[in-house]
Design a binder for this molecule. Structure first.
Ligand code: MG
Length: 303
């Protein structure tokens, strides 16, 4: 089993996109600065969507223009369609992550197109990239769909194959609605690995049914190199009913670091960032280590 894993901080995007309380540009930028300061090596900073559909993401271009540049941290923009992809490519980001939804019904709700058309669009867009930007793909609803139910493995693998024709530098599987179990993670990662032994794999997990950390651990056992998480465990999807928070960054860091798997993220700074989100959103967030405290206590936190 690997002894390090990369954590992608997604609170500035998935974490807040479904929140009714709109955060100011300043607050969003402070959140990103806190993520950089915590040691995150990659941050999903925004998504390029229609602000009428996702008001919290209205300032995507302004955020990208104001990102701290004196860092090695890589910035990722999420895109769901052609216009979003092109905006992301023009926004001076390190990576664009395109979403293809594995089920037709959710794909229609999320992106107004079926899975096959979305896959073809991703291939067209990736082939047209002329800038030095990493092109990755996330396959949403990879473990289950909020409208169609179970996601057959054969269908998922077909979608994976369609997307891999575009040669993304990384492939992410998303448990958008938090229905996966550790056994599913092992099974699906192994099946993808068999087809594509070399592509870096990433997991995007929601803790909707409290299986998030167990799934993260299973993912590392299965060989994924990157995990998405959000400070405080905030998160949700505007187009998937009852899709609640991502796994909490600080809870993930606590578990992994204590188990000898390095993340590069500073736990105390991650807890501070989770508290910053809680204050900014004016509501209790799901993260647990931020409430219980670190263990063992450091001199500073024990004082
Ligand atoms: Mg999500």
């Amino acid at each position: 089993m690997r002894n390090n894993v990369e954590i992608i901080e997604v609170s500035p995007r998935d974490g807040i996109q479904n929140e009714k309380k709109l955060l100011s540009l300043e607050t969003k930028l402070e959140l990103i600065e806190r993520a950089v300061d915590s040691g995150a090596s990659r941050i999903e900073v925004t998504s390029f969507v229609n602000p009428r559909r996702v008001p919290q993401m209205a300032e995507a271009d302004e955020i990208c223009a104001a990102l701290p540049r004196d860092t090695n941290c890589k910035y990722i923009g999420l895109a769901l369609n052609r216009r979003g992809f092109e905006r992301a490519c023009n926004a001076d980001l390190d990576e664009v992550n395109f979403v293809v939804v594995a089920s037709d019904t959710f794909s229609q709700r999320n992106q107004g197109t079926d899975t096959e058309t979305g896959t073809q669009l991703f291939n067209d867009l990736a082939a047209g990239v002329t800038r030095p930007i990493g092109v990755g793909v996330t396959i949403a609803a990879a473990f289950g769909c909020p409208f169609e139910g179970e996601m057959p493995l054969e269908r998922l693998l077909k979608v994976v194959e369609g997307c891999m024709q575009a040669k993304p530098f990384e492939l992410a599987l998303a448990d958008t609605i938090g229905v996966a179990t550790p056994r599913d993670i092992h099974e699906r990662i192994a099946a993808v690995r068999e087809l594509y032994p070399d592509v870096p794999l990433r997991l995007h997990l929601h803790n909707t049914r409290n299986t998030g950390l167990a799934n993260a651990w299973a993912g590392i056992e299965a060989g994924v190199s990157a995990l998405d998480s959000s400070f405080g465990g905030v998160g949700g999807c505007p187009f998937a009913p009852a899709a609640t928070g991502n796994i909490a960054t600080e809870d993930l860091v606590y578990m992994l670091e204590r188990a000898g798997i390095s993340t590069g993220v500073n736990l105390e700074k991650a807890i501070d960032a989770a508290q910053f989100i809680e204050t900014s959103l004016e509501k209790t967030v799901p993260g647990m280590v931020m409430k219980a405290g670190v263990f063992p206590q450091t001199n500073a936190s024990a004082a």
